[in-house]
Design a protein around this ligand. Structure first.
Ligand SMILES: CC(=O)SCCNC(=O)CCNC(=O)[C@H](O)C(C)(C)COP(=O)(O)OP(=O)(O)OC[C@H]1O[C@@H](n2cnc3c(N)ncnc32)[C@H](O)[C@@H]1OP(=O)(O)O
Ligand SMILES: CC(C)C(=O)C(=O)O
Length: 539
């Protein structure tokens, strides 16, 4: 690989901090999340959202509780412009939602942007950007540091002139590619903008510091953010925002460390859509907080509905391994994970969540437990037992679990396929429940003196009377004396293991209320006790 073509971040930009504080800080509350799906996400789509898609996505974000939403780049396209006008004309943004519109520092585009927001009753943020990193300065924009600063200030002045008098309007500036901009230059330009826009606690300016293209390990971004946090002028009048992308796959880490470093606001896209590898994924960030006991302030309680809407709007699928939202993120196929999850469920105490391999309760996201364990050739007895328990109410004793798992393994090794609970049950029946039940209970009669039980054993009926007891005890006594089953009960004999390890086994099936329970063992008295418990519970 021609790795010599590249340089690490330290060769490209000075990394400013030595006495960093962020490593010893903790996340304690959610930052302000600002979804940019309708702008940065939208500009990265092969087919940008049409008006219906934009509107449905916007309504989803409102319903989820976002309080500040970047709604578009009004000078970019008719659709973007018209959507901003829709907000003005049809008042589709609730009063407590701030609307952000995006513009470059170009006078004619600023004019279109300001014109687009006329009549919006909500708070509005006009967000102006310009790239400040050396490569962009020289190659893209054709400016040196001084002339670029002047271009930016000129854009800022223009916005001020056109919108400064509007009481519901605030301003935002992004030095694009902040993470490759010389720290002292980023500071100089940002301070110049807050001075120009007269940032004050009553009318704060948002300074949004993007990792436009992610180029370094997240600690570097955290240092850069903390440096700004500690050195910006008018800090109490600045909302410090970050905008990580995900080129290295570490956008989430960058955002989390940036919040430790002093960022108060995070821009991203709900499932990480965006240029190239995407903007930082807000769902992951928010649910990472949730999983640490911190209220994310955004509602993901029906994550599949959120996902359906986002997939509809973007025409992009959320992959099966996507954190929290993918189809497979709450599913274990592997045997030891399944065993641990099953034991975790059994030991689980309401009100707390500590289940091995499941960092959060799927129910928090509106999901059930059906998909938590799925069985294939990588699975073991615990997972198989779990599916039979949850799907059929069948509680196999350990020895039978071990035996049955061997049969399942043979089957899955042969087919290579996943097996469902129904497949397992069919295999169980074919393995152990062949032929007629050994014994059936034809009926029983109770009287003042006791219960008469009629058993059918090998086609012959036997009647026995059990004095002074009701049907449950009579059945237990009959069972203790011989084999027994009725329409709701059946008893099968089988053996497991081979040679000296083989063991005769009695399987007792009890169906009640549509649920089947199984007990198995050598010892008839164990079966009797278990039968009595089952019958009493359903009497
Ligand atoms: C990191 C980001 O996400 S930035 C946002 C990127 N998003 C988009 O580009 C989506 C929407 N964009 C568009 O629809 C179009 O680019 C438009 C309508 C805004 C502009 O279109 P055009 O006028 O055709 O210009 P074009 O797209 O080629 O933009 C390049 C020009 O803008 C200039 N420019 C780029 N960024 C900025 C900026 N922030 N401020 C001022 N000028 C800028 C470039 O220097 C270049 O100018 P030049 O033609 O004099 O060399
Ligand atoms: C201009 C900013 C906000 C941006 O979209 C980026 O840098 O990616």
């Amino acid at each position: 690989m021609p790795s010599h073509k590249y340089h690490d971040v330290y060769a490209r930009v000075a990394v400013p901090l030595k006495d960093r504080m962020w490593p010893s800080r903790r996340l304690t509350e959610a930052p302000l999340w600002v979804p940019v799906d309708l702008r940065d996400g939208n500009q990265a789509l092969a087919e940008p959202m049409d008006p219906a898609r934009k509107r449905r996505f916007f309504e989803l974000m409102v319903a989820m509780g976002y309080k500040e939403i970047e709604v578009g780049y009004p000078s970019a396209s008719r659709t973007d412009h018209d959507f901003v006008r829709l907000i003005a004309d049809e008042r589709i943004a609730p009063p407590d939602v701030t609307v952000v519109v995006f513009t470059p520092a170009r006078p004619e585009l600023i004019e279109q942007t300001v014109a687009s927001i006329a009549g919006i009753p909500n708070d509005v943020v006009i967000h102006m950007y310009a790239a400040t990193a050396p490569l962009w300065r020289s190659v893209v924009l054709g400016h040196d540091r001084a002339s670029l600063k002047e271009l930016i200030l000129e854009g800022g002045r223009h916005i001020l002139k056109l919108a400064g008098h509007l009481p519901n309007v605030r301003f935002q500036f992004s030095p694009e590619v902040f993470n490759l901009t010389e720290p002292e230059y980023a500071l100089e330009v940002c301070d110049a903008m807050t001075e120009l826009w007269e940032a004050s606690p009553d009318r704060p300016v948002t300074l949004n510091l993007p990792a436009t293209v992610e180029v370094a390990t997240p600690n570097v971004y955290a240092d850069q953010i903390e440096h700004m946090h500690r050195n910006l002028a008018r800090r109490d009048s600045v909302i410090l925002s970050v905008h990580p992308h995900n080129d290295r796959g570490t956008g989430v880490a960058c955002a989390e460390l940036a919040v430790l470093a002093g960022a108060q606001r995070v821009e991203g896209c709900i499932f990480g859509n965006g240029e190239r590898t995407g903007n930082v994924d807000i769902a992951t960030l928010a649910l990472n907080l949730h999983a640490q006991g911190i209220d994310p302030m955004i509602d993901f309680s029906d994550i599949d509905e959120v996902r359906r809407t986002v997939e509809y709007a973007t025409r992009l699928d959320v992959p099966p391994r996507h954190p929290y939202a993918g189809d497979l993120v709450h599913t274990a196929f592997s045997g030891t994970h399944q065993d641990a999850i099953r034991k975790g469920f059994a030991a689980h105490r309401p009100g707390e969540w500590e289940v091995p391999y499941l960092p959060i309760d799927p129910a928090d996201l509106g999901r059930g437990y059906d998909e938590v364990i799925r069985v294939n050739s990588q699975s073991g007895k615990g997972g198989i037992a779990y599916l039979l328990e949850t799907g059929y109410g069948v509680e196999l004793p350990r020895r039978l679990q071990i035996d049955f798992a061997r049969h399942v393994q043979r089957h899955t090794d042969t087919t290579g396929d996943e097996v469902t609970a129904a497949d397992l049950w069919a295999l169980f029946e074919a393995t152990y429940l062949t032929g007629e039940p050994a014994v059936t209970l034809a009926g029983y009669q109770t009287s003042d003196t006791g219960t008469t039980v009629t058993l059918r054993v090998d086609g012959t009926e036997r009647t026995s009377t059990h004095e002074g007891v009701g049907p449950v005890e009579a059945l237990v006594e009959a069972l203790a004396a011989g084999d027994i089953t009725v329409d709701v009960l059946s008893l099968h004999q089988t053996s497991i293991g081979a040679g000296s390890d083989s063991e005769a086994l009695t399987l007792l099936e009890h169906r009640a209320g549509g649920v089947t329970r199984w007990t198995a063992g050598r010892d008839r008295s164990v079966l009797a006790a278990s039968l009595a418990a089952v019958l009493r519970a359903t009497a």
